[in-house]
Design a binder for this molecule. Sequence first.
Ligand SMILES: Cc1ncc(COP(=O)(O)O)c(C=O)c1O
Length: 495
Amino acid sequence: MTDRDTSPTSALDPQTPEEWAALRQLGHRMVDEMVEHLRTVRERPVWQSMPDPVRQALTDQPVPRQGVGEEAAYTAFREQILPYPLGNTHPRFWGWVNGTGTPLAMLAEMLTAGMNTNVGGFDQSATLVERQVIAWLAELLGFPKDAGGLLLSGGSMANVVALAAARNARAGFDIRAEGIHGGPPLAVYASNQVHNSVTKAVELLGLGRRALRLTPVGEDWTVDVEALRAQIRADRAAGIHPVCVVANAGTVNTGALDDLDALADLCTEDGLWLHVDGAFGALAALSPALLQSRPALHGLARADSVAFDLHKWMYLPYEAGCTLVRRPDALGDSFRAPASYLTPIEGGVLKTPMVFAEQGLQLSRGFRALKVWLSWKAHGIDRYIRAIERNVEQAASLGRRIEREPELELLAPVPLNIVCFRYRPEGTAEGDALNGLNQRLLVALQESGVAVPSSTVLHDRFAIRVAITNHRTALEDLDLLVEEVLRLGRGSLGP
Ligand SMILES: Cc1ncc(COP(=O)(O)O)c(C=O)c1O
């Protein structure tokens, strides 16, 4: 494969038996090396900054008109790209909310790309597999077995698709035909802890950011249901038409779980759509033990829609989010747009409607369901549920450890898998200096390569935030985190 054919008609597939053999051999090497990369992930720094020459090699390069060949391109990947990832495959990555991926699902992604099938619909196996995965998820989360839904790129898209369905179903007029000016102003309700993807969705849906009514939260960071009810009443009295409540099953800041039953009652009384942003927290409801011990989650099965991510707390590789809707055709009502070229005909490839294209924005869609289907079939979902339970136990254990350490301060309750804390030796005053110290401490921790938590601000306090959606984390990793924070705080970074 070293003799490159540079003619304009050069083929994209190998042509000769030798070229096929060389590509196969390179492929075997790639698999071997990537499996080894995952096997040894713990031995590397969680994250490392890119040296300048690497940055330069990855930016401002001329368009590669002529190829360098497969081997050389792969070598560039190994040297310039692979060593400098975000780090979320590492056992001590707990930043934002990121999943880890698994070796098996990595291989599933190769199979997906090999099939390279378009899953907008059509009479094909992939469409049935996605339908099956959706039905499994519906059953596991207590939704009706025939619930509608589809896999998307992530929680942000899952929220916007669900909120489009909510807006259209509850606007009270034909908003698809008339647009938002065809009726009264609409409003959506959520706690002030709601994820910014919901803000973006409300803006994108044409409602305007002010239509997202942000309700205060209590000490536990969950929505104040009575304040929300009062806001709905006040809006109605002012001629505004409330359409939807967005509940948090796991706020991004602290993992707080809104009382879903109370919100479901409120929505039923008032005729609103209940959407649950359960990007990671909804998956806790897969565990009978977690569901039992967290009554706030009980109402999940009563929601009109729920959005969640399989690339977070299902440990699957990016990208995979999901929207489930209780009423089978709730998404179809919002996204079906007839077109002659997509109308089913008797027999052949298009004998059924484009089931997934009709439930969302995308016409052409990848086969996201395969990595889910293959992983669950191979391992059984109980293994994944156990990993979720373990992450919750680890977060609780870290919270207790922090409470025992006099120099550390827990900044929020730990209802699920997120722990917010700071370094605060006795006698240190509240304020900018303390916030600055913790910020420097977090940066030092990340740059050391030992661990990557992220941050947030709670009641003006800068918090080191540990979100555990990581099946590779062991308790010792969290011990190391605590020791490093103490060491850095007591050392040169200290007050
Ligand atoms: C509560 C919540 N909602 C929505 C999202 C957005 O999900 P994604 O990043 O998959 O788009 C996140 C991401 O962390 C989240 O935590």
